[in-house]
Design a binder for this molecule. Structure first.
Ligand SMILES: C=C(O[C@@H]1C=C(C(=O)O)C=C[C@H]1O)C(=O)O
Length: 225
């Protein structure tokens, strides 16, 4: 008898819209994502051991839906992290700091890997996903700098201090480690790239082409193969 998972839905609709420049809503969004992330654990605990299925095709299609749902918390955190790339870029534009800060990047990766190791989450998976988030942030920052250089009237004239944004990035990265731990089975599943495609599509509405490019970079190294 085939085994399958319950059909409980995630709290985020598959085709919900995540608008651009959500920086002001990041803290709230993070809180909500934390609720969603712990909800995933509750879903796993509630799973029935076996349910009669009418056909193998149904099992297969249900598995795809569940894999994509499992990636929802990561997808939301990816979007929240990218929303902060705009204020980061504004701050660096006005302060004259370079986009790339190798010391900070190493600290971000080290912090996430240490947390993963402490929590029993695959540290290699966490390191490659966090490095991808850093690359994705720089895609947005470089794109904005290019735009502001070519159209100086669009360049920012005010920005938050980088020191106020980085703690928000740190909070997102902490939540990301948990979300990655909850989704590590998907990362190692043969259907991983399909689940990632579905999750990317969920977060695309409301994003411009630069953010979509960054989202692709953010997910590029999630799947093990
Ligand atoms: C976001 C920043 O810009 C870049 C991206 C980083 C990140 O995504 O964590 C870290 C350092 C920078 O290379 C930043 O400086 O904080």
């Amino acid at each position: 008898m085939p085994r399958t998972r319950s059909t409980k839905k995630s709290q985020t609709p598959r085709h919900s819209t995540i608008p651009r420049s959500l920086a002001g809503a990041v803290v709230l969004g993070l809180t909500l994502t934390g609720i969603v992330a712990s909800g995933q654990g509750a879903i796993a605990a509630d799973m029935p051991s076996s349910i009669e299925q009418s056909s193998d095709a149904h099992v297969s299609s249900q598995h795809r839906v569940d894999d994509a749902d499992t990636l929802d918390p990561i997808g939301s955190l990816v979007a929240q992290r990218l929303a902060l790339a705009t204020p980061v870029a504004q701050s660096k534009w006005l302060s004259g700091k370079p986009i790339t800060d190798p010391v900070r990047e190493q600290a971000v990766v080290d912090e996430a890997v240490a947390l993963a190791t402490k929590d029993g989450v695959d540290p290699d998976l966490v390191a490659r996903v966090v490095r991808a988030q850093i690359s994705a942030s720089k895609v947005v920052q470089n794109g904005l700098f290019t735009e502001w250089k070519h159209n100086t009237q669009t360049a920012p004239t005010e920005a938050p201090d980088l020191a106020t944004i980085r703690p928000q990035l740190d909070s997102i990265d902490t939540a990301l480690v948990t979300a990655i731990g909850d989704a590590s089975a998907v990362a190692n599943d043969a259907r991983c790239s399909h689940a990632v495609d579905s999750e990317r599509d969920r977060t695309y509405p409301g994003m411009d082409s630069l953010e979509r490019k960054a989202v692709r970079v953010a997910w590029a190294s999630f799947c093990a193969s």
